[in-house]
Ligand binder design. Structure first.
Ligand SMILES: Cc1cc2nc3c(=O)[nH]c(=O)nc-3n(C[C@H](O)[C@H](O)[C@H](O)COP(=O)(O)OP(=O)(O)OC[C@H]3O[C@@H](n4cnc5c(N)ncnc54)[C@H](O)[C@@H]3O)c2cc1C
Length: 301
């Protein structure tokens, strides 16, 4: 016998403004729906059973991508395709276009949102690692106003974030610094699939073009059990070192040593660790090549 998978009964409300959404979210057992690419399948499987769905697709005021006061600001309702196509984002942080190019397929990218990706908190979500590498800040809106949380503290665990009842992720802010280069590298079983493993790197270089030095490194890892999506030990190793092959290879090995992949249908642990080492090294190499030590952030794009 075949069974249809259908969600349980749910009330539907369409928010017309952020204030309206917050008002609707003050009711118990409500859940925001953005692109719906993750939430609706979870509802069909009854892994999520909200009583009220608050549709925020009408909140075009949260669909921006802009450079403002030294920060790249990305609204929660920016679609994956918007971030992929954004010239300002690509110019400053090519890591996001690298990641978006390999998120799912064009149909998912047209509808899925940046906010939904972060709030879903799936350990395989590519943007979580990319924003963690970039040390982005999440802006969370509640009825009492905004609060900010570093993306590195945003995820409490798989499918769990710091967003409380009645709150909404409004935007993500990424601090822009000169001398920054970034990149994201992913291996999946086939085009459009989730990562077997992926690594993102954001390098902040100083010094001279002849003798650059790494002032800060951000390293994000996807789908390999890295705490808060971050390869903290490898970041620490890179600080004040030369951006060269030796540093990058060693950082890759450290990242592989300290993550916690699990064996599953995408591969055994040792294969995933091997990928982490290789992809971290490649992302660092690419990020360094994109940094302009003499001046602007992400200038090689
Ligand atoms: C076939 C397929 C393949 C995919 N492959 C990949 C992949 O390779 N890499 C990848 O990273 N992702 C992948 N995804 C996931 C995709 O990125 C989704 O877009 C994303 O997971 C969720 O975004 P959404 O806007 O659809 O969120 P929704 O499904 O609407 O919401 C997801 C969760 O976030 C909450 N939420 C949404 N917006 C907000 C907000 N502003 N404030 C508070 N809570 C909010 C919802 O309540 C829900 O709990 C894939 C999805 C599909 C269907």
């Amino acid at each position: 016998m075949q069974y249809m998978q259908v969600p349980s009964q749910v009330e539907y409300e369409r928010a017309t403004s952020v204030e309206h959404a917050l008002e609707l979210l003050s009711r118990p057992e409500t859940r925001v729906v953005a692109g719906g690419h993750s939430l609706i399948p979870m509802m069909k499987l009854r892994l999520a059973q909200p009583e009220v769905l608050v549709d925020i697709n009408g909140l075009t005021e949260l669909a921006f991508i802009t450079l403002d006061g030294g920060q790249l600001r990305i609204g929660a309702m920016a679609r994956h395709a918007d971030l992929l196509d954004s010239a300002v984002a690509a110019g400053l942080f090519p890591i996001f276009a690298d990641a978006e190019r390999v998120v799912a397929d064009p149909i998912v990218r047209l509808w899925g949102t940046v906010g939904g990706s972060l709030c879903q908190a799936d350990p395989s979500e590519d943007l979580s690692a990319a924003f963690a590498a970039a040390r982005a800040i999440a802006v969370i809106r509640g009825r009492d106003g905004n609060r900010t949380v570093p993306v590195r503290e945003f995820h409490l665990g798989p499918y769990e974030t710091v967003i409380g009842p009645g709150e909404l992720l409004a935007e993500v802010r990424v601090p822009v610094r000169p001398g920054t280069g970034s990149a994201y590298q992913k291996v999946a079983r086939r085009v459009g699939d989730w990562s077997i493993a992926a690594a993102g790197a954001v390098l902040h270089l100083q010094g001279t073009p002849e003798r650059p030095v790494i002032k800060a490194a951000g390293l994000g890892l996807t789908a390999v059990g890295a705490e808060h999506f971050v390869a903290a030990e490898a970041e620490e190793f890179l600080r004040n070192r030369a951006p060269d092959e030796e540093s990058f290879t060693r950082a890759g090995a450290i990242a592989a040593e300290h993550c916690h992949p699990v064996a599953d249908q995408r591969g055994p642990q040792d294969y995933k660790r091997h990928l982490v080492a290789e992809l971290t090294t490649r992302a660092l190499r690419l990020a360094a090549g994109r940094a302009d030590v003499a001046g602007r952030a992400g200038s090689r794009v």
